[in-house]
Design a protein around this ligand. Sequence first.
Ligand code: ZN
Length: 190
Amino acid sequence: MIRKVAVLGHPILRKKAKPVDPGQIKSESFQALLSDMVDTMYEYDGRGLAAPQIHESLQVFVALLDFDESVKNNNGILFLINPQVEVLTTKTSSYWEGCLSLPGLRGLVERPNKISVKALNHKNEKLDFIAEGFLATVIQHEWDHLNGILYIDRMKDLKNLSFSREFERYHQGEQTQVLAIGGKDSFCSD
Ligand code: ZN
């Protein structure tokens, strides 16, 4: 079922999400939530979606990882529940990020480019892996949602905030790497 997406200004986007009870992961209602998250992510042509974005203040997000062969499973969908993220390097990567909760915008964000991730998946199995580069940025963007943080909070210079059309017109050429977490109107095809 496609859900309504909360956009910038809605208080739920600024709340710390509650941990999921692992005993509930296999329940019908929680599986239905995961399925709604996937449906909503596809409907808005996003690459990731955190539960608070569909008005559920729970520590879970989905990410579509069709760009990363190493984690391709479940049709390229990664479910991360109660994730713990640890930064492993001082090196950073910068990507133009978009977000379904900030439709029509893109911003350049610098983030650590290597992290370790511990979480549960949709089958209540333990995941423990290292993510680098683009994948590390996607996971940090979604993880931030669970802590009430949006990508604009991470921007060093708001001069690098742009409407999608202007981004495509004036900035896309400068950057080869574009993070298409955002929706159709902020998705940048290359
Ligand atoms: Zn987002």
